[in-house]
Design a protein around this ligand. Structure first.
Ligand SMILES: Cc1cc2nc3c(=O)[nH]c(=O)nc-3n(C[C@H](O)[C@H](O)[C@H](O)COP(=O)(O)OP(=O)(O)OC[C@H]3O[C@@H](n4cnc5c(N)ncnc54)[C@H](O)[C@@H]3O)c2cc1C
Length: 481
């Protein structure tokens, strides 16, 4: 047990002081913690890179930084890794052996278990959760005694693959590894969404950006290279990307949106400056983990990510564009079909309050996530047709964040009324469990499985009750009275 410090997350929007804080060195120690807190609350802290209160605990907080072992199997097909191991350390370990992971996100600072717990994803592949082959989880038996279970098959594995920590303390997990590969990429402008999506066939790993206020489409075309060889300019490209995008673009956004609070400067940035600094058609090939990640963690921001199935992407982006346009300019005239949709769901007055309240200042990144074999990750296809989901990311770098939060909440609530919307389990999360019940057909099954791992609800905190286990909590309260 350690002296208790205040804990805050990467985005600095969550902070709390747990009653007890632990950094156990092994499974036995974790079991003792669970025994001690069997009548309280236990949550796990990964790298604290989530924007919702998933890590929050008023009682015990467990930090698994000492559980960071890595074991590649003899056949080099899978790796077993301690829950607290950072993705970057694992990628380095694998790369030395000519291997890598089948899927990663934009940064590598998260812990492996934290990333898996929330369905962390990149573009053009499944989320990391989909690939998990087995897990060791410290949880409770039916009599409330702490035990470690290995989960490696069936519905329990599908639930555990993305469980937001609701099934217990993940101690170790096994993921497949694939031979290291190289990625070819270039940036190109496209005239519209149809043209962007047509490009997927040739660039299956692509992600794209809708530029605010210019409303132009920039595609990061990406595909697996035919051979594992870096092109000549790859090192220069990385320096350019670090200096030009990770640093300079972010400084410009901070300056225009946060310091000067100037709509005109934000408009100028996206309509004139940024296009001049991008070099379309500069094609570069480099190692997958270098090419697919960036230094996105250099500036503290707040992010919400909405997921919609492919056939609803156009409608979702139309609405995002119209709402951000109206938020920026009180006199903005939105397309009739969007206005009618908003009126149709009875949110016209909320829309009125959003008008003129906030200038969005960050590219809207869109990534394709393949259907996951999980119960709860954002592209889960459990009980639903197998289809790709698209993640639409909304980021703010400015503070105070309330104007962004008001607009983002409006968008999430409005889209959830007429589309199948899911929210990233690791990002800012303004919707309630009732919304999630509509979009995850396996949610009640997930809740039953959680009961079998945690009969007394020790792993539940405010966020889990609010966003995931809401109805279950209501049933529990009702049966107790
Ligand atoms: C700069 C930045 C870039 C990002 N880029 C991407 C991206 O490209 N794609 C994407 O999908 N997401 C992205 N994210 C989101 C991030 O991947 C997730 O929020 C992820 O969960 C963070 O991992 P973490 O180790 O920090 O976990 P934490 O935030 O510490 O924890 C996340 C949740 O998992 C639970 N948890 C953690 N470890 C365990 C365990 N061992 N057992 C049980 N429960 C556990 C926690 O209690 C919490 O509920 C990004 C976040 C940031 C800050």
């Amino acid at each position: 047990m350690r002296a208790v410090d205040a804990i805050s997350n990467f985005g600095r929007n969550i902070s709390f002081v747990p009653r007890r804080s632990y950094r156990p060195c092994g499974e036995e120690e974790v079991l003792r913690i669970l025994e001690t807190h069997r009548d309280g609350t236990v949550r796990v802290l990964g790298a604290g890179h989530s924007w919702n209160p998933g890590i929050e605990s008023s009682d015990a907080l467990v930090d698994l930084r000492h559980l960071r072992h890595m074991r590649v199997d003899g056949d080099r097909k899978r790796v077993t890794v301690g829950a607290g191991c950072r993705i970057g350390a694992l990628l380095k370990h694998l790369s030395k052996r000519g291997l890598t992971l089948p899927s990663i996100g934009l940064i590598d600072r998260q812990t492996v278990a934290g990333a898996v717990a929330t369905g962390t994803h990149g573009s053009g592949r499944h989320s990391m959760s989909h690939y998990v082959e087995s897990m060791r989880i410290a949880c409770y038996d039916a009599d409330g005694r702490a035990e470690v279970r290995t989960v490696d098959s069936g519905r329990a594995l599908r639930a555990a693959r993305c469980s937001v920590g609701a099934m217990g303390v993940v101690l170790e997990l096994t993921l497949p590894c694939v031979p290291q590969y190289y990625v070819r990429e270039r940036c190109v402008w496209r005239p519209d969404l149809e043209a962007v999506l047509e490009g997927e066939a040739g660039s299956p790993l692509q992600q794209f950006y809708l530029m605010p206020h210019a409303w132009t489409w920039l595609v990061h075309e990406r595909s697996v290279a035919g051979e594992n060889r870096r092109t000549g300019g790859a090192a220069i490209y990385r320096v350019y990307w670090l200096a030009g995008i990770d640093l300079l673009l972010h400084l410009c956004v901070k300056f225009s949106a946060s310091l000067m609070r100037s709509r005109r400067l934000v408009h100028l940035l996206y309509r004139r400056l940024l296009p001049a600094f991008l070099f379309p058609r500069w094609r570069v090939t480099d190692r997958s983990d270098r090419q697919l990640t960036m230094r996105h963690e250099l500036f503290r921001h707040l992010e919400m990510e909405l997921f919609v199935p492919r056939e609803q992407l156009g409608a979702a982006l139309d609405t995002v564009k119209a709402v951000l346009g109206a938020a920026d300019d009180v006199g903005h005239i939105e397309p009739v079909h969007v206005r009618e949709r908003i009126e149709g769901i009875g949110m016209a007055s909320e829309f009125g309050r959003v008008r003129g309240s906030y200038t969005h200042h960050y590219p809207i990144c869109v990534r394709r996530v393949r259907p996951d074999d999980t119960l709860l990750s954002m592209s889960s296809c459990s009980g639903m047709p197998e289809r790709d989901w698209y993640a639409i990311s909304l980021i703010t770098l400015s503070e105070p964040r309330e104007p962004f939060e008001r607009v983002a909440r409006f968008l999430a609530e409005a889209l959830a009324e007429f589309l199948e919307v899911r929210l990233h389990w690791g990002k800012w999360f303004p919707l309630e469990a009732t919304h999630m019940e509509r979009s995850y057909s396996a949610l009640s099954e997930f809740r039953r499985i959680c009961e079998a791992f945690d009969p007394k609800g020790v792993f539940r905190n405010r966020f889990l009750r609010h966003a995931v286990l809401g109805a279950q909590e209501r049933i529990r309260a009702w049966t107790c009275t």
